[in-house]
Design a binder for this molecule. Structure first.
Ligand SMILES: CC(C)(COP(=O)(O)OP(=O)(O)OC[C@H]1O[C@@H](n2cnc3c(N)ncnc32)[C@H](O)[C@@H]1OP(=O)(O)O)[C@@H](O)C(=O)NCCC(=O)NCCS
Length: 168
């Protein structure tokens, strides 16, 4: 079964979304629409009719070059103190009723694919950064090879690794 993943629409049923993390439920219900209007992030929802199965948000971000592993840093020109990246902010969630069916993975892959397309053709971004809410979320991202950034809870996945997933 495949479900569409599209920009958040106003007719979707936000109030019944429940992922077990109140912060992420409240964000979708009360703030996501406003943030989109203010151009703070883009929100994408996986849907079945007007039901929201899952969502994620994307924003521009920068990573201080000192934060990334040396092997990667060496390849980046020194003139970039802050390296361009994309942030998922840790706002990726699946409705509890739809868990454990591989849909979280599909949603994450959709975010990675979207970033790969944009970074190849439109706006530079050398990695995706996430800010996992807790240890569970951290374990989820670790499964997909996200690397912990030192001195912060954030994790990142280089765009080079992402691109290799979508090679034709
Ligand atoms: C994390 C979350 C998105 C996973 O969604 P899901 O639809 O249940 O996950 P999937 O069924 O797609 O799982 C895909 C794979 O990830 C694994 N996985 C799922 N959650 C995991 C976790 N917390 N830690 C480690 N692995 C996890 C699954 O076992 C599966 O692996 P497999 O293919 O080897 O069996 C979901 O549990 C969720 O919304 N949690 C609350 C919000 C949250 O923590 N979001 C994370 C960002 S802050």
């Amino acid at each position: 079964m495949s479900y569409p993943i599209e920009p958040l629409r106003s007719d979707l049923n936000k109030k019944d979304f429940s992922c077990g993390k109140q912060l992420l439920d409240n964000y979708l219900q009360k703030q996501a629409g406003q943030d989109v209007k203010r151009k703070l992030c883009a929100v994408f929802a996986m849907t079945e009719g007007t039901t929201i199965i899952g969502y994620y948000t994307l924003s521009n971000a920068g990573i201080n070059r000192e934060m990334i592993p040396e092997d990667l840093r060496k390849k980046m020109p020194a003139s970039y103190t802050d390296l361009p990246a994309t942030s998922l902010l840790g706002r990726l969630a699946i409705n509890e009723k739809y868990r454990g069916k591989g849909l979280g993975e599909l949603l994450l892959l959709d975010a990675l694919k979207r970033n790969n397309q944009v970074s190849q053709a439109q706006i530079g971004s050398m990695a995706i950064i996430v800010d996992p809410l807790d240890e569970n979320a951290e374990a989820f991202y670790k499964k997909y090879d996200f690397i912990s950034l030192p001195d912060s809870k954030k994790m990142f996945l280089p765009m080079q690794s992402i691109s290799s997933l979508f090679k034709p």
